[in-house]
Design a protein around this ligand. Structure first.
Ligand SMILES: [Fe+2]
Ligand SMILES: [Fe+2]
Length: 237
């Protein structure tokens, strides 16, 4: 696994010791069967033909580097929690490019709802990371608001959201569901929430996501256009 991950890391200036610390955090997460599927670009293309897993790992590395910078400046960021949040931020249920899934209402489209699917999947696949409820709150808030300034669908009732993993909700403890609902309703306008994560860890994940998506993943016009239309003709080739 480590060899495979080294091949997909973006350029960085981390020392060997820092890289070891980074891998100690991410490898247990990468070893999950669901994560392995997302490392396969044919099964899970995210931007263009970059796999979702590759996007996530790059985001996690940039998050680690941003945390290091903040800590040097004397800010207290929990690197481990920030990297875990990055590893979970896009664990949505189904590939979105050229998807046949049709949502009945626009506000339930992938862009608005995938962070909610990601938080549900992260809780189901990695329950040990959500046992400490304070840490769970930081991770969930970071996952949900990683797309800021793009809005997040606010939740009144999970049934309305047309989630691709709705059936998993009944397996989640009420207090964690309550955390998701509460965080999704902050700065609410109509049916969406316009809000950065309130935690520095989450803010850095969101920043890393922009850096990775815009500078590293989206390398063609069609991949960029797919962010608006959901369709990428390059993938069919
Ligand atoms: Fe995302
Ligand atoms: Fe992302």
């Amino acid at each position: 696994m480590k060899k495979k991950l080294i091949q997909i890391l973006p350029k960085h200036k981390l020392t060997d010791k820092e890289l070891d610390e980074f891998f100690d955090i991410i490898i247990p997460i990468c070893e999950h069967e669901e994560f392995k599927i997302r490392l396969d670009a044919l099964k899970f293309p995210h931007h263009g033909n970059i796999s979702l897993g590759e996007h996530i790992v790059k985001d996690a590395l940039i998050t680690y580097a941003l945390c290091k910078k903040k800590n040097k400046k004397g800010k207290k960021v929990n690197k481990r929690l920030a990297v875990i949040t990055a590893m979970f931020h896009d664990l949505y249920e189904k590939p979105w490019q050229n998807s046949e899934i049709k949502k009945k209402v626009f506000r339930n489209a992938h862009g608005f709802t995938h962070p909610i699917e990601a938080s549900i999947n992260a809780i189901i696949w990695y329950p040990e990371y959500f046992k400490n409820r304070k840490e769970a709150e930081i991770i969930i808030d970071g996952i949900l608001h990683h797309m800021f300034p793009f809005p997040l669908r606010s939740i009144k009732n999970f049934e309305e959201l047309e989630l691709n993993n709705y059936n998993k909700i009944k397996k989640i403890d009420d207090d964690l569901l309550e955390m998701i609902i509460k965080s999704s309703n902050k700065n609410k306008l109509f049916n969406v929430s316009f809000k950065k994560s309130i935690y520095l860890e989450g803010k850095l994940v969101s920043k890393a996501d922009k850096i990775v998506s815009m500078l590293k993943d989206i390398t063609s016009f069609n991949a960029l256009l797919a962010c608006l239309t959901g369709k990428n003709p390059d993938l069919k080739k």
